[in-house]
Design a protein around this ligand. Structure first.
Ligand SMILES: C[S@@+](CC[C@H](N)C(=O)[O-])C[C@H]1O[C@@H](n2cnc3c(N)ncnc32)[C@H](O)[C@@H]1O
Length: 234
């Protein structure tokens, strides 16, 4: 399999499933205006986020890493009336571009954009009563992912879901000698997950228009006292 085939297959599903409207299509092009590679999630990944939020019946969503608002729109469109999404972006020009896309997509009224360094903003969310979140999507600078995971745990309810993007990094995550900060971050993140009794998690490798990567899905378990009793062995 090659990147050409992965892109062709994503393209086929994008066409046949056809659930990207002009507002999403515009947000998907945000990188062009900034002369950047396409760093947002793909259509199929955005739809997966949307479906996870629906399955989760999420009323409060936190996103770390807005960029042009593409994943934000998919997530916000899963919210019920009165639902809220907080999204954090470090780069003001990206946040301003995202604001236009969110307005065009008709979700600006339910999205609270915060501009700044996520590790400065996350402690404020703990104080201002925005939490607990039902779903957290982590998709910002990769080296800080372990600390974002800590905050996601802190700000989520039991039963909450945490999704972390770009955890495979083209396979580099398996190389313990790779000095790249993102790879170090994703290895540290997985070690944290493994040592954390409050979550149950899995990581799935993916291929597609965005290359070879993967995501982690973690569910926050109820406190031990609140867990259903295991049936007595027969
Ligand atoms: C991969 S992009 C997000 C893509 C977006 N979630 C989507 O799928 O459409 C990562 C974003 O995180 C932002 N970012 C990087 N470091 C950050 C930080 N320390 N705090 C907040 N945002 C940050 C970048 O500016 C960039 O816009």
């Amino acid at each position: 399999m090659t990147q050409h085939q992965w892109s062709a297959v994503d393209g086929y599903f994008d066409t046949v499933l056809g659930d990207e409207d002009p507002a999403l299509a515009a947000a998907a092009q945000a990188h062009i205006g900034f002369d950047l590679p396409d760093i947002g999630v793909s259509r199929s990944q955005g739809k997966l986020l949307h479906l996870l939020a629906l399955v989760q019946r999420a009323e409060r969503i936190l996103e770390i890493g807005t960029f042009g608002g593409y994943s934000t729109i998919w997530l916000a469109r899963a919210l019920p009336p009165g639902g809220r999404l907080v999204t954090i972006e470090w780069e003001r020009s990206f946040a301003e571009t995202a604001a236009g896309h969110l307005a065009r997509a008709g979700v600006a009224d339910r999205v609270d954009q915060r501009v700044g360094r996520a590790l400065d903003i996350l402690p404020d969310l703990a104080k201002t009563g925005e939490q607990p979140f039902d779903l957290v999507f982590i998709d910002a600078n990769k080296p800080d992912t372990p600390e974002y995971f800590d905050w996601a745990l802190e700000l989520s309810r039991p039963g909450g879901v945490i999704v972390v993007d770009n955890v495979v990094l083209g396979g580099a995550v398996a190389d313990s000698d790779d000095p790249d900060g993102g790879v170090r971050g994703m290895r540290r993140f997985h070690e944290k997950v493994a040592a954390e009794p409050r979550v149950s998690a899995t990581t799935i490798q993916t291929v597609g228009a965005k290359g070879y990567d993967g995501f982690t899905l973690a569910v926050i378990l109820p406190a031990p006292d609140d867990r259903p009793e295991a049936p007595a062995p027969r």
